[in-house]
Design a protein around this ligand. Sequence first.
Ligand SMILES: Cc1cc2nc3c(=O)[nH]c(=O)nc-3n(C[C@H](O)[C@H](O)[C@H](O)COP(=O)(O)OP(=O)(O)OC[C@H]3O[C@@H](n4cnc5c(N)ncnc54)[C@H](O)[C@@H]3O)c2cc1C
Length: 385
Amino acid sequence: MPTHIAVIGAGAFGGWTALHLLRAGHRVTLIDAWGPGHSRSSSGDETRVVRCGYGPNTVYTQLTARAIKLWRENEQRWRLKLFHNNGVLWFSTVRNEAWDKAALEALREHQLPFESLRPEEAARRFPQINWDGVLTAVLEQEAGFVLARRACQAVFEGFLAENGTYRQAQVEPGTITSGRMGPLRLNDGSTLAADQYVFAAGPWLPGLFPNVLGRALTPTRQDVFYFGTPAGDSRFNESNFPAWIDNSATRYYGIPGNQWRGFKVADDTPGPAFDPSAGERVASPDALAAARAYLARRFPGLAQAPLSESRVCQYEMSADGHLIAARHPEASNAFVLGGGSGHGFKFSPALGEQAARWVLGESAPPREFSLERYKNGPAGVGERK
Ligand SMILES: Cc1cc2nc3c(=O)[nH]c(=O)nc-3n(C[C@H](O)[C@H](O)[C@H](O)COP(=O)(O)OP(=O)(O)OC[C@H]3O[C@@H](n4cnc5c(N)ncnc54)[C@H](O)[C@@H]3O)c2cc1C
């Protein structure tokens, strides 16, 4: 039976969930306080890394493998290029054999091609990097990066074209009585009633449900830098360089020049707690100095590169880095979806597809996404990027 479902949040998670619910034949109202992929949302930057190797967490490899198919299918449908398949290069100065072994096994299982590179071979293939001290390197071929902000807008346009309804409003959850949530309260004073409510409010989730998610999710400040490459030099552009993740003790990652923007570099370490609505987004001089020092060491050709842009974003960090996808413990018609923790964008098309089924009760989310895991305190190994 078609039902009316309200999805709160038009970022990567809410947008794709709303689209899949619509495609499953339901009436969907998508609501966002500021708009899809707006600059304060976690989905609002230019680009996001798409890698499939996830150590022992095969659930994410599976989601990402499916997501790559969905990125491609929808690109064709929308006649738009969002997924840039120029590979992801991971490398590290520390050995983590168990993680690498599990990640590569999962890639093999999902028929995702990769090359393990000896450091001297990596140095020959990618002379842009100073390989001193690097012990392991893997090039994932069915990987790359996706245009993030643009993808949220494309999903939104697709949603409207397929007859979804959009409201721009700030939402407060409805009152819960007898195990069900009542109509949402909108900031214009109106209410909105639906059969089911999906809260995909990213870093705003703990504020919406402090009792349920206050301890489970923390928005953390993340500084991101774009550096200008030398004039006429295309060594650091997507045509000549993959997206990359330095899996060493401090994890840096980056995306080569694309869309005529700069070379992106950021530290993946979760920063201090951050207010996603009121936080000022001025890059920290210390984070900039650290990014410059990293570049000078690992990418000597960019040692003098000027900063061309910076952003302050926030991870919606769950305590263990895993997603949160669960029914509200006190309201059977409300579902919370979030906790992307700095790695959620890549698989958002497949997550939305699964989430639509979870919301409709057709299947259940994996145990590691449950809220029950917080009963005995956070557990598990952090999963990021
Ligand atoms: C710096 C940075 C780098 C990252 N790098 C990667 C990467 O390389 N690869 C990767 O896969 N992932 C990466 N991620 C993670 C990924 O971007 C996020 O996990 C994902 O975008 C989260 O999407 P979301 O829809 O949950 O949240 P959001 O995009 O924040 O969307 C939530 C939406 O809810 C709306 N909302 C909130 N409260 C209300 C309300 N009360 N009423 C109405 N609307 C409301 C907001 O306006 C917002 O639009 C990164 C994240 C950051 C910040």
